[in-house]
Design a protein around this ligand. Structure first.
Ligand code: PAF
Length: 283
């Protein structure tokens, strides 16, 4: 695995390869878990060359969020990426991506207003800005994103379409712990009690999913069932709990037949904010 720190070096290293080979790109913020591993495996299966970036992007953290204490573990990350046969690891530093005179922002509207965008109003502009920069450096054939950040995936897919970027966006399903908790680098912040109660997130989502599969269409009823389930997690504080159209991300009151919806939630355990979601097709 080649480790490159400068955008120019990586761009140059990929210059000839891109002419004849497919390039799969997995952007990450490091502290890798099996969810990331699954992204890299998928990229490895579908491309000749695999590029992974590790960059904790300050632009996507709001004031008071966990940028400074975001978990980092480069040596372990490198071992994982070597084992997954990554060809290039891109490791830029903040000054390389955001020099002192950097003033540009990429913003996708509408899709970024609800769900996580409500409580993290500057987050998605930070994500789209950095991912466009990374895509311009790597110029991959395929971009791999995890379903756990479904809104991020949806927003980035829109950016790619709106800006005519020549890359295919692939979504890779969520990887869960045996008790259902979605893997996340932030799970490491949880105390033992919080970790135990965090299983109610996927239980609540499954509760709504089961009801939808059995024909329930009323979103009020579905949300109440989820809220009741989450009440069992005493240390949890719900940030949001939504059922939205999977494409427009607009809230729905009643599911239409055949409509695919996203059941999504964000829940705080102390200062740790966890998100999770499921995609379900209405009967
Ligand atoms: O999902 C993430 O880890 C980040 O939001 C991403 C896509 C690497 C951009 O910083």
């Amino acid at each position: 695995m080649k480790i490159l720190k400068s955008p120019q070096e990586l761009n140059l290293a990929l210059f000839d390869l891109r002419l004849k080979k497919t390039v799969g790109f997995v952007p990450t913020m490091g502290y890798l878990h099996d969810g990331h591993r699954k992204l890299v495996k998928q990229a490895r299966k579908e491309n000749d060359v695999v590029v992974v970036s590790i960059f904790v992007n300050p632009l996507q953290f709001g004031a008071g969020e966990d940028y400074k204490k975001y978990p980092r573990g480069l040596a372990r990350d490198q071992r994982i990426l070597e084992a997954e046969k990554t060809d290039f690891l891109f490791l830029p530093d903040v000054k390389q991506l955001y020099p002192d005179d950097f003033v540009t922002e990429v913003r996708v509207s509408r899709l970024t207003e609800g769900l996580c965008g409500k409580s993290r109003p500057t987050h998605f502009a930070g994500v789209t800005t950095v991912v466009l920069k990374l895509l311009n450096v790597v110029q991959p054939t395929n971009l791999y994103l995890g379903q756990k950040d479904y809104q991020q995936y949806r927003v980035l897919r829109q950016m790619v379409k709106d800006l005519n970027l020549q890359v295919k966006v692939r979504m890779v399903p969520i990887v869960r712990e045996p008790d259902g908790l979605a893997l996340s680098s932030r799970n490491v912040y949880l105390s033992k009690t919080q970790r135990d109660e965090a299983r109610f997130l996927s239980l609540a989502l499954n509760e709504a999913k089961k009801k939808i599969v059995n024909g329930e269409k009323n979103v009020g009823t579905l949300k109440k069932a989820m809220r009741d389930c989450l009440k069992k997690a005493k240390s949890a504080r719900v940030d949001y709990l939504e059922i939205v159209d999977a494409d427009s991300l607009q809230g729905v009151l009643k599911l239409k037949s055949g409509q695919t919806v996203l059941i999504a939630l964000a829940v705080y355990f102390g200062k740790t904010r966890l998100i999770d979601n499921m995609l379900v097709k209405g009967k």
